[in-house]
Design a protein around this ligand. Structure first.
Ligand code: SF4
Length: 80
């Protein structure tokens, strides 16, 4: 499992840190940051809670077996 924090979305509310104190902390820039890059099994539940509680949807938890995101379809020209 991998946890990702989207810093473009993070507003530093800190709910994630309360939910996952062994996984996340507020960094020097006032945004959520990972304490440890490797997410051990014992902290998966904390990470899930943080993902659910973030009001900005800035946290995503993905499985190593999740498929790669799909690319958008190619643009289609309507000109003749
Ligand atoms: S709850 Fe979301 S927006 Fe708030 S600090 Fe955590 S990741 Fe950032």
């Amino acid at each position: 499992m991998q946890l990702h924090v989207d810093l473009q979305r993070c507003r530093g509310h800190g709910q994630c840190v309360i939910a996952a104190p062994h996984v996340l902390r507020i960094g020097t820039r006032g945004q959520s940051t990972l304490i440890n890059e490797s997410l051990t099994d014992s902290f998966i539940d904390e990470a899930r809670d943080a993902e659910l509680l973030c009001p900005e949807e800035a946290i995503s938890l993905t499985s190593d077996s999740d498929p790669a995101p799909l690319l958008p379809p190619p643009a289609v020209s309507l000109e003749n």
